[in-house]
Design a protein. Structure first.
Length: 222
């Protein structure tokens, strides 16, 4: 997922260039398109988070941290997601630039706000953990994909990994894998082994969306 996001962001920094064979040059998204994509992307991320929470699961990255802490503190997942993201905005600015950072902050605020209102209009009951893990993780992946294609991230550990790769040459994908493993491993104190396995599946489903559906050669909008 992270490697695909890197390729996308690198493409977005290009103002001109020759597109791949058989494709037309990319067209910059309008403000209205960005707003609509942010609304869809943030809503999908929140819906995926709530679905995972309804099944008592976690996932990787900041989303996993927020879910785990919500079980311990009973705080809102969206509020925890925003609070945990705050220090990572610094790495977003240092590593990805001001434009990306502003859009990422807007996306994170959107996720926090929508998470507060969605339970008022959508009632989620506990489902089978297999469905919750695969579908919840996939929804989050689709939300992250929508945000990434409009020049934003969902914040969190991903921007830290990108910063470390650019600053110190540390492989971002491997760093993300280590962080995800640490987040899910810490859940061993609160979740049973079965839910841990489903949580790993949710993280894999989230990443699989980016791997499967983000092909820079197919999409030139920015």
């Amino acid at each position: 997922m992270l490697q695909s996001l890197i390729r996308l962001l690198n493409r977005q920094t290009l103002e001109s260039g020759n597109p791949p064979d058989g494709l037309s040059p990319g067209i910059r998204h309008s403000l209205l398109e960005d707003v609509y994509a942010f609304a869809i992307g943030c809503s999908l991320v929140v819906f995926g988070l709530l679905l995972l929470k309804s099944t008592g699961l976690v996932t990787g990255g900041v989303a996993g941290m927020a879910l785990l802490l919500s079980y311990i503190t009973n705080w809102s997942v969206g509020t925890l997601f925003m609070l945990i993201n705050l220090p990572f905005f610094i790495f977003a600015w240092l590593g990805m630039g001001l434009r990306f950072t502003i859009k990422t902050i807007v996306a994170s605020v959107g996720i926090m706000v929508i998470s507060g209102y969605m339970p008022m209009v959508v009632e989620l009951r506990a489902s089978h953990p297999l469905y919750g893990s695969v579908f919840g993780g996939s929804l989050m992946g689709l939300g992250i994909l929508a945000l990434a294609r409009h020049g934003a991230g969902a914040g969190g550990t991903g921007v830290l990994c990108l910063y470390l790769q650019r600053k110190n040459g540390i492989n971002a994908g491997k760093t993300q894998m280590v962080i995800d493993a640490m987040v899910i491993s810490s859940s061993l104190f609160y979740l049973n082994p079965g839910k841990i396995l489903y949580s790993i599946l949710s993280a894999a489903a989230m990443s699989a969306v980016m791997v499967s559906y983000h092909k820079p050669q197919r999409y030139l909008g920015h």
